[in-house]
Ligand binder design. Structure first.
Ligand code: ADP
Ligand code: ADP
Length: 239
C-alpha cells in the first residue's frame, strides 16, 4: 500500500478562490520529493492539507489507506504523529531547552506547556538524546532554544519531528531562513534521513538548484496545479 495517495485534491480558503486545483500525487518510496513553484502557488497549503492543519475542500488524501479528511479525535492525533512536520521558522518553544523541545515531539502540537509539568519517561529522554546526537547537537541538550543559531534550531526541529517516529516527513521551506552553506547542511541531513531511515520526505523549496541537488523526484506547481512530476533533470525553467 502506498504511504500517501492524493486524488483530485482541491482547496479554497475563500469561496470561489481556488488555491489547489485537482492535485494528484502518489508517494510510496523513501527519498526527497521536492515541491517547487512560485510563491503563493499553494505549496504550503498542500502540506497543511496532508497533515490536516487544514481540512481540504474536496478530493481525497489517503494515508496508508485511511482518508485524512475523514479522521478526527484520536485517529487524527495518530495521523499527525505519523506525519512529521518541519517548519521554515522552526516553531521551537524558545524558553524550553533543546532537549525539552525534542520531547515535545512526543506530545503532539500545541501541547508544549505540558513539557513544563510533565515528567518524561526515561526511555523518551534516552531517545531524545540519541536523536540530538544524530542531528549533531548532542552537546546542546541543556541549552535554551533561543541560544541557538538558525541551522541548529532547524536541527532541533528535525529531531523533534523524528521523536514522533513519523512514517512520512513534510518540510515547509526548511532552508528559506538559512544562509546557503547552512541550507546545504540541512538538506544533507534531510536526505540522509529520507534515504537511510527510509522516510519519504516532501520538501517545499523555492531554490530549484538546491532541490535538484538533493531530490530524487521533483513536483512543479503553478497556479495551484501540478505541472511537472518526475526526475529532477527533466525539469526546465518553463515549469
Ligand atoms: P506557497 O506555499 O506556494 O507560497 P501558500 O499555500 O502559502 O503558497 O499560499 C497559496 C495562496 O493561498 C496564497 O494566495 C495565500 O495568500 C493564500 N492563503 C494561504 N493561507 C491562507 C489562509 N489561511 N487564508 C486565506 N488564504 C490563504
Ligand atoms: P509563506 O509565504 O511563507 O508561505 P505567508 O506569509 O503566505 O507564508 O503566510 C503566513 C501565514 O499567513 C500562514 O499561516 C498563512 O496561512 C496565512 N495567510 C497567508 N495568506 C493569507 C490570507 N490571504 N488570508 C489569511 N491568512 C493568510
Amino acid at each position: 500500500m502506498s504511504d500517501l495517495v492524493i486524488r483530485g485534491l482541491h482547496h479554497a480558503y475563500v469561496a470561489d478562490t481556488p488555491i489547489l486545483r485537482d492535485i494528484n500525487i502518489t508517494i510510496d518510496e523513501p527519498g526527497i520529493v521536492a515541491i517547487i513553484g512560485p510563491s503563493g502557488t499553494g505549496k504550503s497549503t498542500l502540506l497543511r492539507c496532508i497533515n490536516r492543519l487544514i481540512k481540504p475542500s474536496g478530493g481525497s488524501i489517503l494515508f496508508r489507506g485511511d482518508d485524512v479528511a475523514a479522521v478526527q479525535g484520536r485517529p487524527l492525533r495518530e495521523l499527525r504523529r505519523q506525519v512529521g512536520m518541519v517548519f521554515q521558522e522552526y516553531n521551537l518553544v524558545e524558553r524550553l531547552t533543546v532537549l525539552e523541545n525534542v520531547l515535545t515531539g512526543r506530545l503532539g502540537y500545541m501541547s508544549a506547556w505540558k513539557a513544563w509539568r510533565r515528567q518524561f519517561a526515561a526511555e523518551d529522554i534516552r531517545r531524545a538524546f540519541d536523536l540530538l546526537d544524530f542531528v549533531g547537537l548532542g552537546d546542546f541538550a541543556k541549552q535554551r532554544a533561543d541560544a541557538l543559531s538558525g541551522g541548529q534550531r532547524q536541527r532541533v526541529g528535525i529531531a523533534r519531528a523524528l521523536m514522533q517516529d513519523p512514517v512520512v516527513l513534510l518540510a515547509d521551506e526548511p532552508t528559506s531562513s538559512l544562509d546557503p552553506k547552512t541550507s546545504v547542511e540541512i538538506m544533507e541531513l534531510l536526505t540522509t534521513l529520507a534515504n537511510d531511515k527510509g522516510i519519504p520526505t516532501l520538501v517545499n523549496i523555492h531554490d530549484v538548484n538546491l532541490a535538484r541537488r538533493f531530490a530524487k523526484r521533483m513536483i512543479g506547481m503553478s497556479g495551484g496545479e501540478v505541472v511537472y512530476d518526475g526526475a529532477p533533470d527533466g525539469i526546465t525553467d518553463d515549469h
